[in-house]
Design a binder for this molecule. Structure first.
Ligand code: RET
Length: 247
């Protein structure tokens, strides 16, 4: 209907969001089930990882149900760069998910590397700055959104540096098995996390790709960054006594 207010909204995303919700629920059950096979003091990584997919399951339930979003005016509309007064569906629920899950993902990694708690705390606080700047930037209508984006990218640069340099060296000093477990999960994380601001730039930021494509882009990233990452991490810990990490 050409007369109704234009809004870029997902039409096919819901099916994909339901599928990913199911993946997150299944992964949560597997991680909790695996925890039950271990003595209680060997469950820390199972519990952290299960909490990550549990939170994501609720976020995906929301998006699949077409909830957790708000229309935001966009300055640029694909194929029609001069039209004003156009909206885009912005899923703020993603950021509630990320605010909880990205610190947990960092705990998974930094505890694997045996990092001291002040470092873990500071990296998590910087991560929270990154997520909040992303949320505020997504809700801001003017091009000031790119200022928030820049702050978020600076925060991500620091986090990636801590992972690929400081924590990697720390992990390898604790033993080659710990070093290997960290490098596989740490490299996957560094690679995937750098793609999130790319997705943000073409979705919430620049409105270049449609909300349907956004569902695919963030969807693939989230499945790799949560359940696949979690499986790799728990597998990596199979021969490692948490006592060696000070846990
Ligand atoms: C934003 C926009 C602002 C700049 C940057 C971002 C990075 C977000 C990241 C999110 C990671 C999410 C994960 C979710 C769980 O699966 C907020 C998009 C740098 C890195 C891993």
């Amino acid at each position: 209907n050409g007369k109704s207010a234009a809004i870029a909204i997902t039409t096919h995303g819901s099916d994909l969001y339901w599928a990913i919700c199911a993946i997150m629920i299944t992964a949560t059950m597997v991680f909790v089930g695996l925890a039950a096979t271990k003595p209680r003091h060997h469950r820390i990584f199972h519990y952290i990882t299960a909490a990550i997919t549990m939170v994501a399951a609720v976020a995906y339930f929301s998006m699949a149900s077409n909830l957790g979003w708000t229309p935001i005016d966009v300055e640029f509309q694909r194929n029609n760069p001069v039209v004003r007064g156009v909206n885009r569906e912005i899923f703020y629920v993603r950021y509630i998910d990320w605010f909880i899950t990205t610190p947990l993902l960092l705990m998974d990694l930094l505890l694997t590397a045996g990092m001291p708690w002040p470092t873990v705390l500071f990296v998590i606080l910087v991560d929270e700055v990154m997520i909040v700047t992303g949320l505020v930037g997504a809700l801001v209508k003017s091009s000031y959104k790119w200022g928030y984006f820049a702050f978020g990218c600076a925060a991500l640069a620091y986090i990636v540096w801590e992972l690929v340099w400081t924590a990697r060296k720390h992990a390898s000093r604790l033993g080659s098995d710990i070093g290997k477990a960290f490098v596989s999960c740490g490299s996957l994380t560094a690679f995937l996390w750098i793609l999130y601001p790319v997705a943000w730039g073409v979705c919430e930021g620049g409105n270049v790709i449609s909300p349907d494509s956004e569902a695919v882009f963030y969807g693939i990233l989230d499945v790799l960054a949560k359940p696949v990452f979690g499986a790799l991490l728990i597998w990596g810990h199979r021969g490692i006594d948490p006592g060696r990490l000070g846990l």
